[in-house]
Design a protein around this ligand. Structure first.
Ligand code: CO
Length: 460
Protein backbone atom coordinates (compact mmCIF):
# COMPACT_ATOMS: atom_id res chain seq x y z
CA UNK A 1 0.00 0.00 0.00
CA UNK A 2 1.43 3.39 -1.00
CA UNK A 3 1.88 5.72 1.91
CA UNK A 4 1.14 9.47 1.87
CA UNK A 5 2.75 11.61 4.55
CA UNK A 6 1.86 15.13 5.62
CA UNK A 7 3.78 18.24 6.64
CA UNK A 8 1.62 20.70 8.58
CA UNK A 9 2.31 24.33 7.70
CA UNK A 10 -0.02 26.24 10.06
CA UNK A 11 2.87 27.56 12.16
CA UNK A 12 5.00 28.74 9.23
CA UNK A 13 3.74 28.99 5.67
CA UNK A 14 0.00 29.26 6.35
CA UNK A 15 0.81 31.83 9.03
CA UNK A 16 3.11 33.66 6.61
CA UNK A 17 0.80 33.50 3.59
CA UNK A 18 -2.46 34.47 5.28
CA UNK A 19 -1.55 36.72 8.20
CA UNK A 20 1.91 38.05 7.25
CA UNK A 21 3.54 35.82 9.93
CA UNK A 22 1.89 37.66 12.82
CA UNK A 23 1.04 34.56 14.87
CA UNK A 24 2.68 34.95 18.30
CA UNK A 25 3.93 31.92 20.22
CA UNK A 26 1.36 32.36 23.00
CA UNK A 27 -1.48 32.19 20.46
CA UNK A 28 -0.48 28.71 19.24
CA UNK A 29 1.28 27.22 22.28
CA UNK A 30 -1.77 25.26 23.54
CA UNK A 31 -2.03 23.46 20.16
CA UNK A 32 1.55 22.11 20.06
CA UNK A 33 0.72 18.93 21.97
CA UNK A 34 -1.97 17.97 19.45
CA UNK A 35 0.28 18.92 16.53
CA UNK A 36 2.95 16.65 18.00
CA UNK A 37 0.53 13.74 18.49
CA UNK A 38 -1.36 13.96 15.18
CA UNK A 39 1.06 11.79 13.20
CA UNK A 40 2.48 14.29 10.73
CA UNK A 41 5.78 13.57 8.98
CA UNK A 42 6.87 17.03 10.15
CA UNK A 43 5.71 20.39 11.44
CA UNK A 44 6.96 23.28 9.40
CA UNK A 45 7.29 25.73 12.26
CA UNK A 46 10.38 27.87 11.82
CA UNK A 47 12.46 29.77 9.29
CA UNK A 48 11.03 31.60 6.32
CA UNK A 49 9.68 34.92 7.55
CA UNK A 50 9.02 33.71 11.13
CA UNK A 51 12.49 34.72 12.31
CA UNK A 52 12.19 38.29 11.03
CA UNK A 53 8.62 38.58 12.29
CA UNK A 54 9.47 37.37 15.82
CA UNK A 55 12.09 40.09 16.25
CA UNK A 56 10.40 42.84 14.28
CA UNK A 57 6.75 42.58 15.24
CA UNK A 58 6.19 40.04 17.98
CA UNK A 59 8.85 40.94 20.54
CA UNK A 60 9.97 37.31 20.61
CA UNK A 61 13.36 35.66 20.48
CA UNK A 62 13.01 33.30 17.48
CA UNK A 63 15.53 30.84 18.96
CA UNK A 64 13.59 30.69 22.18
CA UNK A 65 10.38 30.06 20.21
CA UNK A 66 12.06 27.08 18.57
CA UNK A 67 13.25 25.67 21.89
CA UNK A 68 9.76 26.06 23.35
CA UNK A 69 8.22 24.12 20.46
CA UNK A 70 10.92 21.46 20.74
CA UNK A 71 10.20 21.06 24.45
CA UNK A 72 6.80 19.61 23.48
CA UNK A 73 7.70 17.88 20.20
CA UNK A 74 9.79 14.80 20.85
CA UNK A 75 8.43 12.55 18.12
CA UNK A 76 7.31 14.67 15.19
CA UNK A 77 10.12 16.25 13.20
CA UNK A 78 10.44 20.02 13.31
CA UNK A 79 11.07 21.54 9.93
CA UNK A 80 12.41 24.90 8.90
CA UNK A 81 12.70 26.74 5.62
CA UNK A 82 16.18 28.08 4.91
CA UNK A 83 17.09 30.27 1.97
CA UNK A 84 20.52 28.69 1.48
CA UNK A 85 23.27 31.29 1.54
CA UNK A 86 20.63 33.96 2.32
CA UNK A 87 19.75 32.15 5.59
CA UNK A 88 16.57 33.90 6.78
CA UNK A 89 17.62 37.34 5.60
CA UNK A 90 17.66 39.03 2.27
CA UNK A 91 21.31 38.97 1.22
CA UNK A 92 24.16 36.49 1.08
CA UNK A 93 26.15 35.75 4.23
CA UNK A 94 29.70 34.45 4.57
CA UNK A 95 30.16 30.67 4.84
CA UNK A 96 31.15 30.71 8.54
CA UNK A 97 27.88 32.51 9.38
CA UNK A 98 25.87 30.01 7.31
CA UNK A 99 27.56 27.07 9.04
CA UNK A 100 26.96 28.51 12.49
CA UNK A 101 23.33 29.33 11.71
CA UNK A 102 22.60 25.80 10.47
CA UNK A 103 24.40 24.26 13.44
CA UNK A 104 22.47 26.36 15.97
CA UNK A 105 19.15 25.71 14.19
CA UNK A 106 19.68 21.98 14.61
CA UNK A 107 21.03 22.27 18.16
CA UNK A 108 17.98 24.35 19.13
CA UNK A 109 15.58 21.73 17.81
CA UNK A 110 15.29 21.60 14.01
CA UNK A 111 15.26 18.10 12.46
CA UNK A 112 14.56 18.85 8.81
CA UNK A 113 16.21 21.75 7.04
CA UNK A 114 14.43 22.52 3.78
CA UNK A 115 17.00 24.45 1.81
CA UNK A 116 16.42 26.35 -1.37
CA UNK A 117 17.95 29.06 -3.45
CA UNK A 118 15.77 31.66 -5.09
CA UNK A 119 17.61 31.20 -8.39
CA UNK A 120 18.16 27.43 -8.07
CA UNK A 121 21.86 28.22 -8.15
CA UNK A 122 23.04 25.03 -6.44
CA UNK A 123 26.38 26.56 -5.45
CA UNK A 124 24.36 28.60 -2.94
CA UNK A 125 23.07 25.44 -1.20
CA UNK A 126 26.25 23.46 -0.80
CA UNK A 127 27.45 24.94 2.49
CA UNK A 128 24.09 24.58 4.24
CA UNK A 129 23.53 21.04 2.93
CA UNK A 130 26.97 19.92 4.14
CA UNK A 131 26.51 21.53 7.53
CA UNK A 132 23.03 20.01 7.98
CA UNK A 133 24.40 16.55 7.25
CA UNK A 134 27.34 17.13 9.60
CA UNK A 135 24.91 17.75 12.47
CA UNK A 136 22.70 14.77 11.57
CA UNK A 137 19.85 16.84 10.21
CA UNK A 138 17.72 15.92 7.22
CA UNK A 139 18.96 18.02 4.31
CA UNK A 140 15.91 18.46 2.11
CA UNK A 141 16.80 20.40 -0.99
CA UNK A 142 13.94 22.29 -2.58
CA UNK A 143 13.80 23.27 -6.20
CA UNK A 144 11.96 26.52 -6.76
CA UNK A 145 9.43 25.50 -9.38
CA UNK A 146 8.75 27.91 -12.15
CA UNK A 147 7.95 27.83 -15.81
CA UNK A 148 9.72 30.01 -18.32
CA UNK A 149 11.35 29.73 -21.73
CA UNK A 150 14.59 28.75 -19.95
CA UNK A 151 13.14 26.08 -17.61
CA UNK A 152 12.33 22.53 -18.77
CA UNK A 153 11.83 19.01 -17.40
CA UNK A 154 15.33 18.17 -18.67
CA UNK A 155 16.95 21.16 -16.99
CA UNK A 156 15.27 20.25 -13.69
CA UNK A 157 16.29 16.56 -13.88
CA UNK A 158 19.87 17.62 -14.54
CA UNK A 159 19.75 19.72 -11.37
CA UNK A 160 18.27 16.85 -9.37
CA UNK A 161 21.26 14.67 -10.31
CA UNK A 162 23.54 17.40 -9.00
CA UNK A 163 21.50 17.62 -5.79
CA UNK A 164 21.88 13.86 -5.27
CA UNK A 165 25.61 14.15 -5.80
CA UNK A 166 25.67 16.86 -3.16
CA UNK A 167 24.47 14.23 -0.64
CA UNK A 168 21.00 15.67 0.04
CA UNK A 169 18.67 13.33 1.97
CA UNK A 170 15.38 14.42 0.45
CA UNK A 171 13.99 16.45 -2.38
CA UNK A 172 11.19 18.97 -2.56
CA UNK A 173 9.43 20.64 -5.43
CA UNK A 174 8.56 24.05 -4.12
CA UNK A 175 5.76 25.70 -6.05
CA UNK A 176 5.58 28.93 -4.11
CA UNK A 177 3.17 30.55 -6.57
CA UNK A 178 0.65 27.72 -6.73
CA UNK A 179 0.99 27.61 -10.50
CA UNK A 180 2.02 23.97 -10.91
CA UNK A 181 -0.83 22.28 -12.75
CA UNK A 182 -1.97 18.67 -12.18
CA UNK A 183 -0.48 17.68 -15.52
CA UNK A 184 2.85 19.39 -14.84
CA UNK A 185 3.02 17.77 -11.41
CA UNK A 186 2.22 14.36 -12.87
CA UNK A 187 4.92 14.64 -15.55
CA UNK A 188 7.51 16.18 -13.24
CA UNK A 189 7.05 13.81 -10.29
CA UNK A 190 6.98 10.81 -12.62
CA UNK A 191 10.24 11.91 -14.24
CA UNK A 192 11.86 12.54 -10.85
CA UNK A 193 10.75 9.17 -9.50
CA UNK A 194 12.21 7.45 -12.55
CA UNK A 195 15.51 9.24 -12.03
CA UNK A 196 15.93 9.48 -8.26
CA UNK A 197 15.44 7.41 -5.11
CA UNK A 198 15.21 10.42 -2.81
CA UNK A 199 12.08 10.95 -0.70
CA UNK A 200 10.00 13.47 -2.61
CA UNK A 201 8.07 16.32 -0.99
CA UNK A 202 5.65 18.58 -2.78
CA UNK A 203 4.89 22.12 -1.71
CA UNK A 204 2.25 24.30 -3.30
CA UNK A 205 -0.32 26.98 -2.54
CA UNK A 206 -4.06 27.16 -3.24
CA UNK A 207 -3.78 30.61 -4.82
CA UNK A 208 -4.93 29.57 -8.29
CA UNK A 209 -7.18 26.73 -7.18
CA UNK A 210 -5.01 23.98 -8.68
CA UNK A 211 -3.42 22.64 -5.50
CA UNK A 212 -5.76 19.75 -4.54
CA UNK A 213 -5.67 18.33 -8.06
CA UNK A 214 -1.93 18.88 -8.26
CA UNK A 215 -1.35 16.88 -5.05
CA UNK A 216 -3.64 14.09 -6.24
CA UNK A 217 -1.80 13.66 -9.54
CA UNK A 218 1.61 13.97 -7.85
CA UNK A 219 0.77 11.29 -5.28
CA UNK A 220 -0.51 8.98 -8.04
CA UNK A 221 3.01 8.87 -9.47
CA UNK A 222 4.79 8.53 -6.15
CA UNK A 223 5.15 11.84 -4.29
CA UNK A 224 5.84 10.82 -0.67
CA UNK A 225 5.02 13.89 1.42
CA UNK A 226 2.64 16.80 0.80
CA UNK A 227 2.46 20.15 2.59
CA UNK A 228 -0.97 21.04 3.94
CA UNK A 229 -2.51 23.45 6.44
CA UNK A 230 -5.18 22.73 9.03
CA UNK A 231 -8.48 23.64 7.35
CA UNK A 232 -9.25 26.98 9.02
CA UNK A 233 -5.80 28.22 7.95
CA UNK A 234 -5.97 26.64 4.48
CA UNK A 235 -6.97 27.82 1.05
CA UNK A 236 -6.28 31.02 -0.84
CA UNK A 237 -2.62 31.94 -0.65
CA UNK A 238 -2.10 29.17 1.96
CA UNK A 239 -1.85 25.38 1.48
CA UNK A 240 -4.72 22.92 0.82
CA UNK A 241 -6.56 21.65 3.90
CA UNK A 242 -4.98 18.81 5.84
CA UNK A 243 -8.26 17.15 6.86
CA UNK A 244 -9.64 17.18 3.31
CA UNK A 245 -6.59 15.48 1.80
CA UNK A 246 -6.29 12.99 4.66
CA UNK A 247 -9.94 12.05 4.02
CA UNK A 248 -9.54 11.79 0.26
CA UNK A 249 -6.31 9.77 0.26
CA UNK A 250 -7.57 7.35 2.92
CA UNK A 251 -10.69 6.72 0.87
CA UNK A 252 -8.59 6.15 -2.25
CA UNK A 253 -6.78 3.35 -0.39
CA UNK A 254 -3.52 5.04 0.53
CA UNK A 255 -1.90 4.47 3.90
CA UNK A 256 -2.31 7.68 5.92
CA UNK A 257 -1.07 7.63 9.51
CA UNK A 258 -2.69 10.87 10.61
CA UNK A 259 -5.14 10.91 13.52
CA UNK A 260 -8.34 12.68 12.42
CA UNK A 261 -9.51 13.23 16.00
CA UNK A 262 -6.36 15.23 16.66
CA UNK A 263 -6.87 17.18 13.44
CA UNK A 264 -10.32 18.18 14.66
CA UNK A 265 -8.86 19.32 17.98
CA UNK A 266 -6.19 21.36 16.15
CA UNK A 267 -8.77 22.98 13.90
CA UNK A 268 -11.12 23.68 16.83
CA UNK A 269 -8.23 25.44 18.53
CA UNK A 270 -7.16 27.56 15.54
CA UNK A 271 -10.64 28.62 14.40
CA UNK A 272 -11.13 31.35 17.01
CA UNK A 273 -7.49 32.40 16.48
CA UNK A 274 -8.21 32.89 12.78
CA UNK A 275 -11.46 34.73 13.52
CA UNK A 276 -9.60 37.18 15.73
CA UNK A 277 -7.15 37.97 12.90
CA UNK A 278 -10.11 38.43 10.55
CA UNK A 279 -11.74 40.80 13.00
CA UNK A 280 -8.64 42.96 13.57
CA UNK A 281 -7.94 43.14 9.83
CA UNK A 282 -4.64 41.20 9.86
CA UNK A 283 -6.32 38.55 7.77
CA UNK A 284 -7.72 40.08 4.61
CA UNK A 285 -10.51 37.85 3.23
CA UNK A 286 -9.19 38.54 -0.30
CA UNK A 287 -6.15 36.30 0.27
CA UNK A 288 -8.43 33.42 1.25
CA UNK A 289 -10.13 33.26 -2.12
CA UNK A 290 -9.04 31.79 -5.44
CA UNK A 291 -7.28 34.03 -7.92
CA UNK A 292 -6.64 32.40 -11.26
CA UNK A 293 -4.90 35.55 -12.49
CA UNK A 294 -1.76 34.20 -10.81
CA UNK A 295 -1.61 31.59 -13.59
CA UNK A 296 -0.60 34.48 -15.84
CA UNK A 297 1.32 36.65 -13.35
CA UNK A 298 2.93 33.78 -11.40
CA UNK A 299 2.68 35.73 -8.17
CA UNK A 300 3.27 33.69 -5.00
CA UNK A 301 0.85 34.07 -2.11
CA UNK A 302 3.13 36.10 0.12
CA UNK A 303 4.09 38.39 -2.73
CA UNK A 304 0.52 39.19 -3.65
CA UNK A 305 -0.38 40.21 -0.10
CA UNK A 306 2.87 42.22 0.17
CA UNK A 307 2.11 44.09 -3.05
CA UNK A 308 -1.42 44.88 -1.91
CA UNK A 309 -0.05 46.14 1.44
CA UNK A 310 2.69 48.19 -0.27
CA UNK A 311 0.32 49.88 -2.71
CA UNK A 312 -2.26 50.45 0.00
CA UNK A 313 0.39 52.20 2.14
CA UNK A 314 1.26 54.46 -0.80
CA UNK A 315 -2.42 55.11 -1.52
CA UNK A 316 -2.00 53.52 -4.94
CA UNK A 317 -4.12 50.39 -4.74
CA UNK A 318 -5.71 51.42 -8.06
CA UNK A 319 -2.33 50.68 -9.69
CA UNK A 320 -2.44 47.00 -8.68
CA UNK A 321 -3.42 45.78 -12.15
CA UNK A 322 -0.67 47.81 -13.80
CA UNK A 323 1.91 46.46 -11.32
CA UNK A 324 0.72 42.90 -11.89
CA UNK A 325 1.16 43.39 -15.64
CA UNK A 326 4.64 44.88 -15.14
CA UNK A 327 5.82 42.06 -12.87
CA UNK A 328 6.38 39.36 -15.57
CA UNK A 329 8.15 41.94 -17.74
CA UNK A 330 10.60 42.74 -14.93
CA UNK A 331 11.07 39.01 -14.43
CA UNK A 332 11.99 38.55 -18.09
CA UNK A 333 14.46 41.47 -17.87
CA UNK A 334 16.07 39.77 -14.88
CA UNK A 335 16.63 36.44 -16.73
CA UNK A 336 13.53 34.62 -15.43
CA UNK A 337 14.30 34.18 -11.73
CA UNK A 338 11.64 32.09 -9.95
CA UNK A 339 9.44 34.43 -7.91
CA UNK A 340 10.38 33.26 -4.46
CA UNK A 341 11.77 35.19 -1.46
CA UNK A 342 13.79 37.37 -1.81
CA UNK A 343 13.39 37.52 -5.62
CA UNK A 344 9.61 37.84 -5.34
CA UNK A 345 9.92 40.96 -3.15
CA UNK A 346 12.69 42.42 -5.31
CA UNK A 347 10.85 41.89 -8.58
CA UNK A 348 7.56 43.09 -7.01
CA UNK A 349 9.08 46.26 -5.58
CA UNK A 350 10.82 46.97 -8.90
CA UNK A 351 7.60 46.45 -10.84
CA UNK A 352 5.86 48.88 -8.44
CA UNK A 353 8.72 51.40 -8.84
CA UNK A 354 8.55 51.12 -12.62
CA UNK A 355 4.81 51.83 -12.57
CA UNK A 356 4.69 54.48 -9.84
CA UNK A 357 7.69 56.52 -11.07
CA UNK A 358 6.43 56.53 -14.65
CA UNK A 359 9.79 55.41 -16.06
CA UNK A 360 11.16 51.85 -16.08
CA UNK A 361 14.29 51.38 -13.95
CA UNK A 362 14.46 55.04 -12.97
CA UNK A 363 14.27 54.03 -9.29
CA UNK A 364 16.22 50.84 -8.69
CA UNK A 365 16.54 49.25 -5.26
CA UNK A 366 20.00 48.37 -3.98
CA UNK A 367 18.88 44.73 -3.97
CA UNK A 368 18.17 44.73 -7.71
CA UNK A 369 21.55 46.44 -8.24
CA UNK A 370 23.21 43.68 -6.22
CA UNK A 371 21.31 41.06 -8.22
CA UNK A 372 22.55 42.55 -11.46
CA UNK A 373 26.07 42.48 -9.99
CA UNK A 374 25.71 38.70 -9.55
CA UNK A 375 25.57 38.91 -5.75
CA UNK A 376 22.58 36.56 -5.53
CA UNK A 377 24.01 33.96 -7.88
CA UNK A 378 23.51 33.13 -11.49
CA UNK A 379 20.24 34.04 -13.20
CA UNK A 380 18.56 31.04 -14.85
CA UNK A 381 18.41 32.88 -18.18
CA UNK A 382 20.08 35.88 -19.72
CA UNK A 383 19.67 39.26 -18.04
CA UNK A 384 18.64 42.05 -20.42
CA UNK A 385 22.01 43.68 -21.27
CA UNK A 386 20.51 47.12 -21.87
CA UNK A 387 18.87 47.23 -18.46
CA UNK A 388 22.01 45.87 -16.83
CA UNK A 389 23.94 48.69 -18.50
CA UNK A 390 21.37 51.34 -17.51
CA UNK A 391 21.53 50.29 -13.85
CA UNK A 392 25.19 49.33 -13.43
CA UNK A 393 26.91 51.77 -15.77
CA UNK A 394 30.53 50.65 -15.99
CA UNK A 395 30.42 48.30 -12.99
CA UNK A 396 31.24 44.66 -13.85
CA UNK A 397 29.35 41.73 -12.25
CA UNK A 398 31.33 39.41 -9.93
CA UNK A 399 32.47 36.11 -11.43
CA UNK A 400 31.99 32.87 -9.42
CA UNK A 401 30.11 32.27 -6.17
CA UNK A 402 29.52 35.57 -4.42
CA UNK A 403 29.88 34.28 -0.83
CA UNK A 404 33.50 33.39 -1.55
CA UNK A 405 34.27 37.08 -1.92
CA UNK A 406 32.91 37.85 1.58
CA UNK A 407 35.20 38.01 4.64
CA UNK A 408 34.35 35.73 7.58
CA UNK A 409 31.48 37.20 9.59
CA UNK A 410 31.09 35.62 13.04
CA UNK A 411 33.90 37.43 14.88
CA UNK A 412 32.97 40.76 13.33
CA UNK A 413 29.28 40.16 14.12
CA UNK A 414 30.13 39.46 17.74
CA UNK A 415 32.11 42.68 17.95
CA UNK A 416 29.41 44.73 16.26
CA UNK A 417 26.60 43.30 18.37
CA UNK A 418 28.49 44.16 21.57
CA UNK A 419 27.41 43.24 25.08
CA UNK A 420 23.70 43.30 24.18
CA UNK A 421 24.19 39.92 22.48
CA UNK A 422 24.31 37.32 25.24
CA UNK A 423 25.20 34.23 23.21
CA UNK A 424 25.91 32.94 19.72
CA UNK A 425 22.18 32.84 18.86
CA UNK A 426 21.91 36.57 19.62
CA UNK A 427 24.98 37.20 17.47
CA UNK A 428 23.35 35.32 14.59
CA UNK A 429 20.10 37.27 15.02
CA UNK A 430 22.18 40.43 14.95
CA UNK A 431 24.13 39.47 11.83
CA UNK A 432 20.97 38.66 9.90
CA UNK A 433 18.83 41.59 11.14
CA UNK A 434 21.18 44.13 12.79
CA UNK A 435 18.78 47.03 13.47
CA UNK A 436 15.74 45.07 14.54
CA UNK A 437 17.80 42.64 16.62
CA UNK A 438 19.43 45.54 18.45
CA UNK A 439 16.04 47.10 19.09
CA UNK A 440 14.78 43.76 20.39
CA UNK A 441 17.86 43.31 22.65
CA UNK A 442 17.42 46.80 24.13
CA UNK A 443 13.74 46.24 24.81
CA UNK A 444 14.65 42.94 26.44
CA UNK A 445 17.20 44.62 28.76
CA UNK A 446 14.69 47.29 29.68
CA UNK A 447 11.97 44.78 30.40
CA UNK A 448 14.28 42.82 32.68
CA UNK A 449 15.43 45.93 34.53
CA UNK A 450 11.83 46.94 35.10
CA UNK A 451 11.08 43.48 36.39
CA UNK A 452 14.01 43.67 38.82
CA UNK A 453 12.93 47.16 39.91
CA UNK A 454 9.37 45.97 40.44
CA UNK A 455 10.53 42.96 42.46
CA UNK A 456 12.76 45.13 44.65
CA UNK A 457 10.00 47.70 45.21
CA UNK A 458 7.56 44.95 46.06
CA UNK A 459 10.04 43.36 48.47
CA UNK A 460 10.82 46.80 50.00
CO1 CO B 1 5.21 28.29 0.35
Amino acid sequence: MQKVMFTETVLRDANQSLIATRLPFDKFAPAIADLEAAGYYSLECWGGATFDSCLRYLDEDPWERLRKIKAVCKKTKLQMLLRGQNLLGYKHYPDDVVRSFVQRSIENGIDVVRIFDALNDLRNLEVSVKETLKHKGVAQVAISYTTSPVHSLESYIKQIRQIENMGATALCIKDMAGVMSPKEAYDFVKAIKENSKLQLHLHTHCTTGLAYMTYLKAVEVGADVIDTAISCFSGGTSQPATETLVYAFKQLGYQVDVDTTRLKAINDFFKPVRDQFLKDGTLNPVVMSTDAAALIYQIPGGMLSNLVAQLKAQNALDKLDAVLTETPLVRKDMGYPPLVTPMSQMVGVQAANNVLSGERYKNVSKEIKAYLMGEYGQAPGKIDPQIQKKVLGDLKPVPGRYAETLPAGMEQGKKDAGPLARNVDDVLSYIVFPQIAEKYFKAREEKEQNRVKYTIEKAG
